[in-house]
Design a protein around this ligand. Structure first.
Ligand code: NAD
Length: 462
């Protein structure tokens, strides 16, 4: 596949400082499809310098002009959506229809939402005898994961640009080609040189150099809780702003009055969608004891229909990790009703859509983020029991509640310690704030809340 052999810095593709390369692998057939440069602290330094240099002019650009540039970027993403989908499929492994609809489609929506928000947001307000200005935080270091390669980038870069910040992006090492395509789109949209910069590289090298860089004012990180804690500590020591979007172990709570078939069907689809590699996936299905057996049968049946439709996991390490979790579930006494640890194909990092019944809340598979196509069905006795189980992990990113009417589901959702809850199958809203309670993170992305993360206030008194 097409790949750049340099970094996008200061509006041009520049040779990398070092000679190390990262091999990009197609997880469906385990073949190397491209190489990209593995950036070093030197590349990060050059990118941060370019971003600092571009900051004053971009921060002073009227919001309506910044909005027009983001709209132009959205238009390039629209024009190149097929290429984006094919690239995501090649390096992440997602089936092409899913890449087209979600991996290419959602970033277009989000970029469009920030083109509108940049133009309409109140960057200035009167509070009594004060005028309060919302000003850009400065240079943003954005570090993103591979699971939604373009969405995670756009969810940081679009609001940062709308706010008047400049950005250095360090994308995940598994999916750098999508990030390079995004840099091309930025260039095509004529976003001024240095406003967006890209350094590909390894997390502990380029990522760490970016998180620690003195020229970065805000680190926005999406990834694992373990790395997030480290980045939070580094940022804290430097009194630097930080946003952390971390892991999850979300509960799909099916109350006794719910439409069970729908709740189970949508619940299984929610997990299988990106081969379970979704931080907000509802991987714990909570079912009342009176309907438990029926739910298990429906879930097993629904999971089986994904056998041929599911993509592989992103890499060999995740493949081994997820299969290890499935083995652990069996060892701890959970009952497999669909799938299992055996690799379903000879080639590619595939895992069968897997459903466990008789899962108890304290089992490893009910507590830890698996990040694969694995659903655990847990029994509850009454609503308080369901709430205890739903809230009984270190995470609090998302969830779902199903009930006979919305009011009943809302009453339960209000007691959940989590940042997002879908009521009776509510649809994705690109303007709704997304982010976690507890160890799922700090800060919010998307919509006006996501924009506010990249702003700081200055009050003038009269
Ligand atoms: P990861 O933490 O290993 O990597 C994420 C990013 O951080 C990558 O770009 C990586 O190169 C970089 N990185 C790794 N070590 C680093 C270090 N020491 N310093 C700086 N950067 C470093 O996570 P992953 O395996 O890529 O992604 C999976 C995880 O991301 C899951 O836990 C998932 O729940 C989480 N996630 C969360 C959200 C959310 O919005 N809350 C969204 C997607 C993924």
């Amino acid at each position: 596949m097409k790949a750049h052999d340099g970094m996008y810095i200061g509006g041009e593709w520049r040779a990398a400082a070092g000679t190390d390369l990262i091999a990009v692998v197609d997880p469906a057939d385990e073949q190397v499809i491209a190489h990209v440069p593995a950036g070093t602290a030197e590349d990060v330094d050059a990118a941060v310098s370019a971003a600092r240099e571009a900051l004053p002019a971009w921060a002073a650009t009227p919001p309506a002009e910044r909005a027009a540039k983001i709209a132009a970027l959205r238009d390039v993403l629209v024009a190149r959506k097929d290429e984006i989908a094919e690239t995501v499929t090649a390096e992440l492994g997602a089936p092409l229809p899913f890449s087209q609809k979600v991996h290419a489609g959602v970033p277009i929506l989000v970029a469009g939402s920030y083109a509108e928000l940049a133009a309409s947001y109140a960057f200035e307000e009167k509070v009594g005898n004060s005028t309060v200005y919302a000003e850009p935080v400065g240079v943003v270091g954005a570090i993103t994961p591979w699971n939604y390669p373009l969405h995670q980038i756009v969810a940081k870069v679009a609001p940062a640009l709308a706010a008047g910040c400049t950005v250095v992006l360090k994308p995940a090492e598994d999916t750098p080609l999508t990030a390079q395509l995004f840099a091309e789109a930025v260039h095509e949209a004529a976003i001024p040189a240095g406003v967006f910069n890209l350094v590909t590289g390894l997390g502990p090298v380029a990522g760490q150099a970016l998180a620690e860089h003195g020229g970065v004012d805000l680190v926005s990180f999406t990834g694992s809780t373990a790395v997030g804690k480290q980045i939070g500590a580094t940022a804290g020591a430097a009194v630097k702003r930080v946003a952390l979007e971390l892991g999850g172990k979300s509960a799909n709570v099916i109350l006794p009055s719910a439409d069970l078939a729908k709740a189970v069907g949508v619940g299984i689809a929610n997990v299988m969608g990106n081969s379970g590699q979704t931080c907000s996936a509802w991987t714990r299905m909570l079912v009342h004891t009176s309907r438990y057996d029926e739910a298990v049968a429906l879930a097993a049946e629904a999971a089986a229909t994904y056998g041929d439709r599911i993509g592989p996991l992103v890499n060999a390490k995740q493949h081994a990790r997820v299969r290890g979790y499935i083995e652990k579930g069996v060892a701890e006494g959970a009952r497999l009703v669909a799938g299992g640890p055996e690799a379903p194909r000879e080639q590619g990092y595939f895992v069968s859509p897997t459903v466990f019944a008789d899962v108890t809340p304290e089992m490893t598979i009910a507590q830890e983020e698996i990040f694969g196509p694995v659903v655990s069905i847990i029994r509850y006795e009454d609503e308080d029991d369901a709430l205890r189980i739903a809230n009984g992990t270190v995470y609090g990113l998302a969830g779902a509640v199903w009930a006979g009417d919305d009011a009943e589901a809302v009453a339960f959702a209000r007691r959940m310690d989590t940042g997002q809850v879908d009521i009776n199958g509510g649809r994705f809203n690109p303007l709704a704030p997304f982010g976690g309670y507890k160890q799922s993170g700090v800060g919010r992305e998307l919509g006006s809340h996501g924009l506010a993360e990249y702003l700081q206030t200055k009050s003038l008194q009269f």
